[in-house]
Design a protein around this ligand. Sequence first.
Ligand code: FAD
Length: 404
Amino acid sequence: MQTNYDIVIIGGGPAGLSFACSMIDTGVQVLVVEKSSLDAIAKPTVDGREIALTHLSLGILKKLGVWGLVDQDEVSLLKEAKVFDGDSPSLLSFKSDTSGIEALGYLVPNYQLRQALYSRVAQANNITLITDASVEDVDYCESHSNVLFADGSSIATKLVIAADSRFSNIRRKVGIPSLMKDFSKVMIVTKMTHTKSHLNTALECFDYGQTLALLPMIGNASSVVLTVATDKSQAVLDMSEADFNAKMMRDFRGELGQMSQVGERHFYPLVGVHAQTFIANRFALIGDAAVGMHPVTAHGFNLGLRGQNILASLIKEALTQDQDIGSKSLLNRFEKKHIHLTRVMFFGTNGVVALFTNDAPVIKQVRRFVLNFAQRFPPIKHLITRHLTESSKDFPTLKKVLGK
Ligand SMILES: Cc1cc2nc3c(=O)[nH]c(=O)nc-3n(C[C@H](O)[C@H](O)[C@H](O)COP(=O)(O)OP(=O)(O)OC[C@H]3O[C@@H](n4cnc5c(N)ncnc54)[C@H](O)[C@@H]3O)c2cc1C
């Protein structure tokens, strides 16, 4: 059967558009289907998310020709990160200069990344983006798959990539089960200016009853991230600006001087998802549809970029050998290369969340022990730094740390 497009990507979010960028100049015809409007994709608005990119992600975005389209005046360097535990003196800190790297990570507003990804896709001849169109189902046949649209029309393709969010309908329709973790918490994010410098340091304070984080932006401004139980979130969202500013100054113990909210307070109910498998016949999951992370370790989009990069490399290899880009063996290799790390990151992150948001006395002791141990044992810090940054710099491996 003649297929209209070689690849159909469902979802024009950051993961779907990244994969589309990876296919530029490969000769394959790609269709991206996005259910929101062209305006929402082409001119995304500020959503309060500051994305901490790892070194690996930065490298991928540069290779895709996307990084050059990001407004560099909005990129801030993350030079140090400090983790505090409630009111205890325990502290875990990571510094880029002691690790021999320029920065632990690069903070970019999400809307900037989305805009840059769209601009890159819009330049390409082999990528077609249709908006205001929703995929309803995917139907597999041996030689191709049919993508069925909400309006009743359909398109045949060699490979379907679902990047339709952590709540992916298509994942369910294709019959892929997933593990879903509702944290029953809401993350409230907003931009604040302050009179003292943040020194390009990110703070993560696991206070009792709430988690508070600060991500350094350009100048004396930061993204403040407050995570509270769902039943407490409305009260925070309803607070007057003066009360919110006073609360933040109190919670950050005046470390940043006078603090003032600028812009809106955005909120995100926290649900984590891990699909049981990332593949089906002529079908692959990428981005949050494959693994939707709790944002505390800032790895969601980083993992999305990594996954699409692995898949794209295998497809390019198949193209050079004139092989089927939707073959079972290709998809199996993609899953094998990606799913192990995502499982470790997903369950590891959920473990950190469980440990640091449980205020039972015995758990508080464990938290302190973990932080003190990690802080005093440099190889562990280097190992965590390497995993957080995904930097290929010469940090010790687990084997070296354990002396094996
Ligand atoms: C507060 C917060 C902070 C974060 N910070 C970080 C960070 O520091 N570092 C990091 O790496 N990650 C971070 N993340 C995670 C990151 O934002 C996500 O991983 C990323 O946006 C996921 O992109 P996606 O394209 O997979 O999914 P989405 O952004 O959810 O996009 C899915 C797209 O699919 C479309 N769609 C859905 N269904 C259909 C359909 N049936 N047909 C057509 N289109 C469809 C939707 O309209 C949407 O545009 C953070 C997340 C939050 C909430």
